[in-house]
Design a protein around this ligand. Structure first.
Ligand code: BDR
Ligand code: CA
Length: 307
């Protein structure tokens, strides 16, 4: 089983990603969930992680993480995910407390305790916690097998024309992670906008009849006033977990990716050297395509195994 840490800012699509990971414990050894400020402030993303854990009947430790990006003030996305981050979903109240220890300390401790090349980091929000961990404890780098990250864009952004939300919110953290030298899989909007849950697909999850299916249905049928004109919900973050489970459904290319940290119209842009024009060594595997229909079939079947 692949040892993973999910760093997240739930967020409806983060919630689905967490549930997919909980449903895949035969393949994924989820060591911890670490939370970060992003879609909503970190107190709320932490409460949401605890609520989703409760829904799945899991006991994975949840560690609360960074309250704000490294340098920029926090910008959140209530205009897409509602004031509570989960579109007012009808979820059980959070049971239990976050685990002791900051998210960054937890990432460092789990990596230090693991064999070389064994931990997969799955950031689903701004990369603040990961950047802090890598700066504070560079000795953990050899422990990291790979970083499979939702963020960035091959083309248009969703937060600004130039930038995808997770990279926009903390571009300095993203720049640190992309310079880490460890294998990175970039799951950007180019692929996640191919994985848009249609009305029928969301209905099929609701029709599972389980508490989880109903909760996902509830989260994904609320209107998204700030959504980018897509008629369904892009399953950005679940693509990260799906890539671990079913890599054969995805295609991409090893490329050099530069992250723009300046505070102007280009803030948070990921410039992807798709055609190798810059002759710089690749620092990421940029995923650009997914067999979306098959992805939804497999994801729905997996989610059906949860309570
Ligand atoms: C990313 O931003 C967040 O709002 C989503 O949860 C996803 O991680 C998409 O740009
Ligand atoms: Ca997210």
């Amino acid at each position: 089983r692949e040892m993973i840490i999910i760093d997240t800012d739930p967020g409806q699509d983060d919630a689905v990603a967490l549930l997919l990971a909980f449903a895949s414990s035969d393949q994924l050894d989820l060591r911890a969930i670490t939370t970060v400020a992003g879609n909503v402030p970190v107190g709320q993303t932490t409460a949401n992680a605890l609520r989703i854990r409760e829904l799945a009947g899991a006991r994975t430790p949840v560690h609360r993480g960074a309250e704000s990006p490294l340098l920029f003030p926090l910008e959140t996305a209530e205009f897409v995910c509602g004031p509570d981050g989960l579109a007012g979903a009808d979820l059980p109240p959070a049971q239990g407390e976050p685990a002791p220890g900051h998210a960054v300390e937890a990432i460092i401790a789990l990596c230090r305790a693991a064999p070389d090349d064994s931990i997969t980091l799955c950031p689903l929000g701004p990369l603040t916690n990961l950047a802090l961990a890598l700066r504070l404890a560079p000795d953990i780098l050899p422990k990291v097998k790979r970083i499979v990250s939702m963020g960035g864009a091959l083309g248009l952004g969703n937060m600004t024309p130039a930038a995808e939300f997770n990279i926009y919110v903390d571009p300095h953290a993203a720049a640190i992670v992309y310079a880490s030298g460890r294998p990175i899989v970039m799951m950007g909007l180019g692929v996640t906008h191919q994985a848009i849950a249609s009305h029928e697909q969301v209905a099929a999850i609701g029709a599972l009849g389980t508490a989880t299916g109903k909760a996902i249905h509830g989260m994904l049928t609320r209107p998204r006033p700030g959504g980018l004109g897509t008629t369904g919900h892009p399953m950005h973050d679940p693509c990260v977990i799906a890539f671990l489970l079913w890599p054969e459904l995805f295609e991409g290319r090893d490329c050099f990716v530069a992250v723009e940290t300046s505070d102007g119209s280009q803030r948070g842009r990921t410039t992807i050297d798709w055609n190798g024009r810059l002759k710089r060594p690749a620092n990421a595997h940029v995923v650009a395509g997914v067999q979306a229909h098959e992805l939804f079939e497999r994801m729905t079947a997996r989610l059906a195994t949860l309570p």
